[in-house]
Design a protein around this ligand. Structure first.
Ligand SMILES: Nc1ncnc2c1ncn2[C@@H]1O[C@H](COP(=O)(O)OP(=O)(O)OP(=O)(O)O)[C@@H](O)[C@H]1O
Length: 603
């Protein structure tokens, strides 16, 4: 769960959470701000910092009050200047979430309230000699995870439908401004505070907000799998921000809030984004049957209608928000639950859908297992460990992305998409966030090599000892001295059971500023799967040469276990190689490694 300490309003400070550098060294955590510190925003407004009320993946959130006032009814979110997500969030707010615009939208759409936060101020400040960026926004109450925990991972059916309507309102607002949120989840939905506040839920955390695509469907390796793996949409798995993706993410959340377990969670696939992606494709391809198996005694009608609708949307299509809301409001009427008043989080006697779920909630042991599993991708230790590239995953990735890009979406099916080719860069953010880092691979491949047909995929269940490619083509493709400059462009924002994962240009600069560079010979076809095990010696052995080895998957696991025996944690890096451009116009340019998954195996 998020490392969140929530004091009561204006309560005395909790024990200070010590300023902590992220163990991962991939990005900076903010310096601790002392209670009582005054921040001056760009408009010279002054804000007194109160107690810490939350720590997110990158930043810390403090209660705050305007100097001269008594109520801590604002929050300050503070992150080191080099961090991308707050930069994105701030610009999103500044451009799209002015109170005036929100009011106008509410008026136009006859809404009494809208769960869209807004920005009160922003600025920069030095904390302990380090430059930080901060934004000030209204303070809200509990996030939904608290209620899910209290209720054994489900919410009352009527509340689920009300939340659906409220989140659709927020999406409609964001989408009407050209943006998608891309990371809706319980931890990012907060209840309002104050009188009547609990009737409205607010969607926060715009660190992944981006323009949705209006043109062709072009998978973007830089952004693949961004979001929170459980709920990431099929489009987001391909790195394409779309409006229908927001709806799909909402749908997955609604299903969970009704007490069903998503198949990729049940099947424990969360550590492998590609498998999750595949599972979602299968789920959505046959959404009727998929839902029937999740709700064996009857699919809640609005969920069925909504998910079927989402599965048919094209990537450019503007969703019919009214139609979607109407399914949920009809269901509320049927349940005789008014769509007003405080949202009710007390689970009562079983209602139509929360009565018919199978399986029920997972056991505590299963939950613990899941937490461990979900934890595993977090790069929460330094890379003083072991790094390997996974053959299976690359293979799966290649063949799957080929298929997925062809048929991932109704419109993508029409669009000519070759995700294995280098794709046009994502629509550039209007301003570039600082601290950009890219994964860069620079094998010295020739255009001819890149254009060569792929090696045929290894059938499943084949023994893992992988022979070197024997074909003449493979021999021609011998690639000496492939050089990989590996600066991991990954950040995994920590929240068991729902971490936001960002894999794109916005990734903050690694604190260590270390670059891991591996030089080795690739005696294989450029299109073959490559497994690279890099074992860094333990501290005392570091003066000795670093062992760099390349092995088969089976020997990889042997290596992993031997490392474990030595007591050092093991990190496996799965490099998915995209065989670049395939066009001879860019000789010498190399395929990029679009995504890196890091798994830490505890000894
Ligand atoms: N305006 C707010 N009022 C009250 N609490 C808030 C507010 N904004 C955020 N929080 C609390 O802080 C937590 C983290 O906030 P947020 O998700 O914005 O941070 P983050 O660094 O972007 O986190 P993440 O790891 O999800 O990306 C929230 O789950 C919530 O509990």
């Amino acid at each position: 769960m998020p490392r969140v300490a929530k004091p009561k309003a204006a309560a005395p400070a909790k024990k200070a959470v010590p300023a902590k550098k992220s163990k991962s060294k991939l990005y900076k955590m903010p310096e601790k701000v002392k209670e009582g510190t005054v921040f001056t925003d760009l408009a010279k407004g002054q804000w007194r910092i109160g107690p810490s009320i939350g720590v997110g993946g990158f930043g810390e959130i403090y209660a705050a009050c305007k100097v001269g006032e008594k109520n801590y009814d604002a929050v300050v979110k503070c992150e080191p200047h080099g961090n991308g997500p707050l930069f994105v969030e701030m610009h999103f707010y500044l451009r799209n979430a002015k109170l005036e615009d929100i009011k106008q939208f509410m008026q136009k759409n006859g809404l009494k309230s809208l769960g869209m936060p807004y920005i009160l101020a922003n600025g920069s400040v030095e904390v302990n000699g380090e430059k930080h960026r901060f934004i000030v926004m209204p303070r809200y109450g509990s996030d939904l995870t608290k209620f899910l925990e209290q209720n054994g991972k489900r919410l009352p059916e009527g509340t689920v439908y009300r939340l659906a309507i409220q989140m659709l309102d927020v999406f409609q607002y964001m989408h009407s401004n050209g943006y998608v949120h891309a990371d809706l989840k319980a931890a990012n939905i907060l209840l309002g505070l104050g009188k009547g506040g609990a009737a409205q839920a607010y969607l926060v955390d715009f660190g992944l907000a981006s323009h949705f695509v209006t043109g062709d469907f072009k998978p973007d390796p830089k952004k693949m799998h961004n979001g929170t793996i459980e709920y990431t949409s099929r489009d987001a798995h391909l790195g394409v921000p779309t409006r229908r993706a927001d709806l799909e993410i909402l749908g997955y959340n609604l299903i969970e809030w009704l007490g069903a377990e998503l198949p990729w969670v049940t099947q424990k696939l969360l550590a492998v984004p590609l498998k999750v992606q595949k599972a979602k494709e299968a789920f959505m391809d046959n959404i009727g049957d998929s839902l029937k198996s999740l709700f064996p005694k009857g699919v809640p009608p609005p969920i069925g209608d909504f998910m079927k609708y989402v599965s048919k949307l094209t990537h450019k299509q503007e969703p019919d928000y009214d139609k979607c809301r109407s399914w949920f409001s009809s269901a509320l009427k049927q349940l005789k639950i008014p769509n007003s008043g405080d949202l009710d989080f007390k689970l009562k006697a079983q209602t139509s859908s929360n009565n018919n779920l199978s399986p029920p909630g997972p056991s505590k042991a299963a939950t613990a297992r899941k937490a461990r599993k979900i934890d595993s991708p977090v790069l929460n230790s330094s890379l003083d460990e072991e790094i390997s590239a996974s053959e299976e995953d690359e293979e799966e990735d290649k063949s799957y992305r080929k298929k997925a890009a062809k048929k991932a979406t109704p419109s993508a099916r029409n669009a000519k998409v070759s995700p294995l080719k280098r794709v046009a860069p994502a629509p550039a953010a209007e301003s570039s966030p600082p601290g950009r880092k890219r994964v860069k691979t620079e094998p010295k491949s020739t255009p001819k090599e890149r254009a060569t047909p792929k090696t045929s995929p290894k059938p499943k269940g084949t023994p893992k000892a992988s022979p070197k490619p024997q074909t003449p083509t493979a021999a021609r493709l011998k690639t000496p001295n492939a050089k990989i400059n590996f600066s991991p462009s990954i950040s995994l924002r920590g929240r068991p059971g729902g971490k936001t994962v960002i894999n794109d240009d916005l990734t903050p600069q690694p604190r260590s500023k270390k670059t891991y560079e591996f030089n080795f010979e690739l005696d294989v076809s450029m299109d073959a799967n490559v497994i690279v095990n890099v074992k860094r010696k333990k501290k005392e052995e570091q003066d000795k040469a670093t062992a760099v080895d390349s092995r088969t998957p089976s020997s990889r696991s042997a290596l992993a276990s031997s490392s474990n025996e030595q007591g050092s944690p093991v990190t496996r890096v799965n490099l998915r190689k995209v065989n670049g451009h395939g066009d001879s116009s860019t000789p010498g340019r190399s395929p990029r490694t679009p995504a890196v998954t890091v798994r830490k195996y505890q000894g």
